[in-house]
Design a protein. Sequence first.
Lengths: 141, 303
Amino acid sequence: MMGVRKREALRSLVLTALAIFVMFIILFPPVYYIFIVSVTPGSTLATTKLELIPPHNASLDSYREVLFGFTGGSEISENFTGGTIEGTAQIQNGKLYVTNGKLIGKVKYGLHGAEVRGTSVKGGVRGRLGHDREPKVQRKS
Amino acid sequence: MKKTTTIALFLILPGMAAFLFFNLWPIVYSIYLAFTNAQLGNFPVQAPQAPKLTFVGLENFRWILSDSKFRSAFLWTWVFVVTSVTLKVLAGIFLSLLYNSRYVKGKMIYRSLLIIPPWALPLLFSVTVWRFMFDPIFGPVNHVLKSLGGVHTLPNWINDPTWAFVALNIIEVWLAYPPFMITVITAALQSVPDTLVEAAIIDGANYWQRIRHVVLPIVGKPIAFATILTSAASFQYFMVPYIYNAGLFEDKFILLYGFRKAFGGATPHYGRAAAVMIIATLVLAVYMYVNVKITRLQEGAKG
């Protein structure tokens, strides 16, 4: 009798463990992965390392930005290509912050590119770094 | 005509009008287009330089059937139906048996966790995330393969036709197993009377014998029903390959081929696209009719 109970308990343990394992295998892509990506800073997304637990530098920046918008100044949303930035700028977590200066170059605007000359920056703008690590400054209208 | 009949006809008139306009009219109009040379320039508005919109008989069908891309799309669509449906059914049966087992503790929680996310997540969102997961450089799938070792060349899941096709199968199984297969098969499993299983145990049947000779014959029809419906869905596969890599799969999926014929390329040809849709509909109708006959699903449905 005890042997039968022991066997039943062992079977239950093995099948429950299998059920949890299979559930994890199925839910990891993409449900859990979405969560991991959502708390990973944008600059570290393009990595060749697989993070199974939230990274040490996990942040809620993505949630904050979606819910409240970017609060670090104005944001440029057109793709800024082939231009120069004059003034004070720094890169933090893969994002380019210009605190006081001038953007000179071409931006994508509407269907055709448009030339932007001498856009003054006051209070700070922010851009992103693409895969090619070239700064792409974006302005949010 | 009786007064009550007249009133009844009058009352169903709005419903009939809505049905004819929203359901029947698009079908009739598509059939009409399939026999014309409708293309950009003469449809829906006639441009001065464009050829006139005329009736061309079976010309569109002749053109489509002689197009190698259509034949490739037709063949690959069936390959996808076979592979994806086999995987979906096997995954559905395995998961339903596992999460219906009396030995699994907390199975209702696992079942809910498995069923809700793929159902609740918008398709566009799920496929975009899957696409990122299959990214050849940054995607976690290749990270895992790399860390497992033994893989010399990591597969290009996005741009290589074969690997992208495998990826689509995986995505399809993930998208389809819980909302549909698990629900149908679990419902069927729960309808298996305990007395039959207990009788089989008393007769000395082991687990596999009980599954093979008691459970599967009872759940066979619901599984056949789910298989036919899911294979029809696989045949009409469009959204996932379109989001994943529309250009690569243009000659792999019949509906994507039809869509690209209508809205892609330099000269969209609506007549040919409509012909593709009619061929697809007819093939699917025949396929479903034959399957329903083979599996005898209609038995017992007639009063």
